[in-house]
Write a protein that binds this ligand. Structure first.
Ligand SMILES: [Zn+2]
Length: 312
C-alpha cells in the first residue's frame, strides 16, 4: 500500500471513530434524557392520579355537604312554618284573653255601677210635688253638723247630708274668701220638724202658708241636701235676698259646687225661693246652668242618669 492510501485510510478511520464516538455519546444522552423524562411523566401521572382521586373524594364530600345543607334548609323552612303557626296561635290566644279581660272589665264596671247605685238614695234626685212625695221614714244615711261659723247666729245646730257636706263647705269657704257672707238658716229638716214648721206658718199666715212652706213629705229639706241661705243684712227677710251680692255670687258660682236653685223666678211649680239651694251633684248642676233650664222642668228619667255621679 502506498503512503497516500495509507494516510487516507488513517484519516477515514479517525473520522469514523470520531463519528461513532459522537453517535454513541448522543445515543447515550438521548437514552438518559428519555429515561429522565419518562420518570418525570410517570411521577406526574402519579400526582395527577392522586389529584384525581382527591378531586373525586372532595366531590363526593361536597355532594354530601350539599345534601346536608339542603336537608337543613328544608328543616329550617318547616321550623319557620311551625313558628309562624305558633305565632298565629299565640295571637289568637292573646286576642281571646283580651276579649275575656274586656268582658270581665265590663262585668266589673256593671257591678260597680249597680253597687254605687244601690248605695245612693234615689230620693236625692227626685222631683217632689203633691203627686210625688217623700216617705215620712226617709232620713239621710248620715248627717254632719254644719260648722257654727257658717250658721245664722240665732239658729240651733244645723245638719247636712254627710256626703254632700264637703261640697257645701267648699262653696261657703270660697264665698268667704271672695268677701261674700253666706249663712245657713236651715238645712236638714226631719218629717216631724217640717210638720211642726208648717203648723206654725199655717197659724201665722193661714192657707197662704202653702205658697211658701212645703207640706211635710215634699220638702226638699228632708233630703239633707238642701240649704236656705241668707246674709246678716237680710236676716230672716228672705225675699230681699235676691237683691244681695250674696245671691249674685250664688247665681254665678253655686253650680260649680253642685247646687241649683230649686224654684227660680217665674217657675211654674212653686213660689220663687232665691234662698233655697239644693245639691244635685256637679254634673247635673253644670248641665242645668249651661242649658239655663229649671230642674223641675226636666224629665225625671233624664235626671236619674246623674244619680250615679252625684257625689263625684
Ligand atoms: Zn228651703
Amino acid at each position: 500500500m502506498s503512503d497516500t492510501v495509507q494516510r487516507r485510510f488513517n484519516y477515514s478511520s479517525i473520522l469514523i471513530i470520531v463519528f461513532l464516538f459522537g453517535a454513541i455519546v448522543s445515543a447515550g444522552y438521548l437514552f438518559w434524557k428519555t429515561e429522565t423524562l419518562s420518570a418525570k411523566v410517570t411521577s406526574l401521572e402519579t400526582v395527577q392520579k392522586d389529584l384525581e382521586m382527591e378531586l373525586a373524594s372532595t366531590t363526593v364530600t361536597l355532594a354530601d355537604r350539599e345534601e346536608f345543607i339542603s336537608e337543613l334548609e328544608t328543616e329550617l323552612e318547616s321550623t319557620l312554618d311551625d313558628l309562624e303557626d305558633t305565632e298565629d296561635d299565640l295571637r289568637d290566644e292573646k286576642n281571646k284573653n283580651r276579649e275575656f279581660a274586656g268582658q270581665i272589665e265590663d262585668l266589673a264596671g256593671t257591678v260597680n255601677v249597680l253597687d254605687r247605685l244601690s248605695k245612693t238614695d234615689k230620693e236625692l234626685l227626685q222631683k217632689y210635688s203633691k203627686v210625688y212625695f217623700l216617705n215620712e221614714n226617709f232620713r239621710p244615711s248620715k248627717l254632719t253638723e254644719i260648722d257654727k261659723k257658717y250658721v245664722y247666729p240665732d239658729r240651733q245646730a244645723q245638719f247636712f247630708h254627710s256626703e254632700a257636706w264637703p261640697f257645701l263647705e267648699d262653696m261657703l269657704k270660697e264665698a268667704k274668701s271672695d268677701g261674700v257672707e253666706l249663712l245657713v238658716t236651715s238645712a236638714f229638716r226631719s218629717f216631724e220638724e217640717q210638720t211642726v214648721l208648717k203648723g206654725q206658718y199655717t197659724v201665722q199666715y193661714g192657707s197662704g202658708a202653702n205658697a211658701f212652706s212645703a207640706d211635710q213629705g215634699y220638702s226638699e229639706h228632708q233630703l239633707g241636701t238642701t240649704v236656705d241661705l241668707t246674709t246678716t243684712s237680710v236676716g230672716g227677710a228672705y225675699t230681699s235676698f235676691a237683691q244681695t251680692e250674696a245671691f249674685a255670687w250664688l247665681a254665678k258660682n253655686a253650680y260649680r259646687y253642685g247646687f241649683i236653685l230649686s224654684y227660680p223666678e217665674n217657675n211654674v211649680h212653686y213660689v220663687y225661693e232665691p234662698w233655697h239651694w239644693r245639691f244635685v251633684g256637679r254634673d247635673l248642676a253644670k248641665y242645668i246652668h249651661r242649658k239655663n233650664i229649671d230642674f223641675y222642668d226636666m224629665d225625671q228619667r233624664e235626671i236619674n242618669e246623674y244619680l250615679i255621679s252625684i257625689f263625684d
